[in-house]
Design a protein around this ligand. Structure first.
Ligand SMILES: [Mn+2]
Length: 297
């Protein structure tokens, strides 16, 4: 790691004294269409240097909390690990973060990175529920020979017994559709919830007072909002769709961890709206989920 590695929001790295630890997962081995998500974490952190530390919506000063960034020791070697080993490395990193009393904010990386953090959290919060923002159901049991392919993350949550609330879906396989039917799952399809807020009540009912892990695949957003992602499915969520939902969840639930995945930076772009949105989302998550003294209902 060089001396010039980005910090979060351009603030000094607080090391072991941090409240929030951003855990980088520069990994993109199993993606199938657009590549580059391994460069997502650093692109988000670099963009965060231009994000205001005053959070205008909640009136929270992000500079009053302390942040640190953890990266795999050897990013290139990490990027070549088989998915099962990658997940094990991240599980250890997130265990350390939680043992140190910090809140983890995972930065991907393809969506398979999420399992390490999920497993570390579930070990501490057996009643953990998951809120997943995504264009895809990710309910394949395995894909390309791995149960830790990016297309399988939601199948792992269910396999481990975690209640799962999925929002923004608009793409799945025939087998996934059959699985949804057979299991009686009721994902919130993008076509039903885009532009709406009335369904938030049902989201909260399903999370039902449990500790919550929020996992955001940026392809849940519409490609006009987040173009730089591996599989930009049309018909996605707007910024305010996601912002209103997550602000509501932050007010009503105990969010014990979160991640932002599938940022695939556009090299040489004149401006980088996806990168900046991801950084802004990270800063908003801190304000919505973890700001001390924030309004709770
Ligand atoms: Mn997805």
């Amino acid at each position: 790691m060089s001396d010039t590695a980005s910090t979060f929001l351009g603030l000094p790295d607080a090391g072991e004294a941090a409240d929030i630890c951003l855990v980088c997962a520069p990994y993109d081995l199993t993606s199938t269409y657009g590549k580059g998500a391994d460069r997502g974490p650093e692109a988000l952190l670099a963009a965060s240097g231009s994000v205001e530390t005053w959070e205008e919506e909640t009136g929270f000063d992000l500079e009053t909390m302390r942040y640190t960034v953890r990266r795999p020791e050897d990013a290139a070697a990490f990027g070549r690990l088989p998915p099962e080993e990658m997940v094990a490395v991240l599980r250890r990193l997130h265990d350390e973060v939680l043992d140190a009393g910090m809140i983890g904010l995972g930065l991907g990386g393809e969506h398979s990175i999420t399992y390490g953090q999920f497993a570390a959290l579930q070990a501490r919060h057996p009643r953990l529920a998951v809120l997943q923002i995504d264009a895809h159901l990710d309910l394949r049991d395995s894909y390309d020979g791995s149960k830790h392919n990016h297309a399988c993350i939601a199948a792992r949550f269910l396999e481990d017994g975690a209640p799962l609330v999925q929002v923004g879906m608009r793409s799945c396989s025939r087998e996934e559709a059959a699985f949804v039917e057979a299991r009686g799952l009721t994902p919130f399809w993008a076509r039903h919830v885009a532009g709406k807020v009335a369904y938030h009540r049902e989201v909260l009912d399903r999370l039902a007072g449990r500790p919550v892990f929020v996992t955001v695949d940026l392809d849940g957003f519409d490609p006009s909002v987040v173009p730089s992602t591996g599989t930009p499915e049309p018909g996605g969520l707007d910024w305010y769709d996601v912002a209103r939902l997550l602000a509501t969840v932050g007010r009503h639930c105990e969010v014990v961890g979160a991640d932002i995945t599938e940022l695939a930076p556009t090299e040489g772009a004149h401006n980088r709206p996806s990168e900046f949105l991801a950084a802004r989302l990270a800063s908003k998550m801190v304000a919505w989920f973890w700001a001390p003294g924030r309004p709770r209902t």
